[in-house]
Design a protein around this ligand. Structure first.
Ligand SMILES: [Zn+2]
Length: 69
């Protein structure tokens, strides 16, 4: 069983495993979209009091033929 907590929560700079929208854990509504697949999570905003990003929902990767139009 995968350690689900490590998939759903990512520290800034840590490699994100899944593509999706992440919300910071400070509760002030900071968001980011990450590509997943090992892409590094962005830094938290300067006014953010949180520690890490929490996966909010997954975003499917668009089909290749649509992405290049
Ligand atoms: Zn925040």
């Amino acid at each position: 069983m995968a350690r689900i907590r490590e998939v759903l929560r990512c520290l800034p700079g840590q490699n994100a495993l899944v593509r999706g929208y992440y919300e910071c854990d400070c509760g002030r509504g900071h968001w980011c979209l990450t590509e997943g697949g090992g892409a590094a999570m962005p830094a938290l905003p300067a006014d953010c009091l949180g520690v890490e990003w929490v996966l909010h929902h997954l975003v499917p990767r668009p089909p290749l033929d649509l992405a290049h139009r």
